[in-house]
Design a protein. Structure first.
Length: 173
């Protein structure tokens, strides 16, 4: 019982942690101590990705999962092809604590730097379960004339499928 109590204390502390990455690490540790008390953030992230893939398919997209162009980098989550044949890269960011920050957006954008192989200048759709920070909302509102369109949205369940579908169409090329 001492392990379960320790896991509960760690999860409670994680709820008050300001840095989302630190909070996720704390919950991951609690899940190792007592899997019955805390669910692993990695497991939750994988479940979020699975649900997002199904949602993308509900919008009519054809989805290819875990695309890797550069073996030294973490793979992008999806390439989604719209009914019109246009493609977009999709990065899922499941977040249990805090908001999605511009650092998260810059990190996701950095992942696509090595993209080649027919995707070229395809847009990037960053999808998160977290609220968007004010900076990210401003980023979305800014007009950009970049080679690759980028948009960030919150998606949590089928109620957000319309938002997801419209964003996919806007960034797909």
């Amino acid at each position: 019982m001492a392990q379960a109590e320790a896991a509960v204390r760690v999860v409670e502390r994680a709820k008050h942690e300001k840095d989302p990455e630190v909070a996720e690490g704390m919950v991951e540790a609690a899940a190792m101590i007592s899997p019955a008390i805390a669910r692993s953030p990695r497991q939750e992230a994988r479940r979020y990705e699975d649900e997002l893939q199904i949602a993308l398919e509900r919008t009519g997209a054809i989805v290819k999962r875990e695309v890797v162009w550069d073996p030294t980098r973490r793979p992008l989550d999806f390439v989604a092809e719209t009914a019109s044949g246009r493609k977009a890269l999709v990065e899922a960011i499941a977040r249990r604590y805090g908001t999605l920050s511009m650092k998260d957006v810059r990190d996701a954008m950095g992942q696509v730097d090595a993209v080649t192989g027919g995707i070229g200048d395809a847009g990037l759709l960053i999808v998160t379960s977290a609220p968007l920070s004010g900076e990210v909302q401003e980023f979305n509102a800014e007009p950009r004339h970049a080679r690759r369109p980028v948009e960030v949205i919150s998606w949590n369940d089928e109620r957000d499928d319309g938002i997801l579908g419209r964003a996919l169409v806007r960034v797909a090329r």
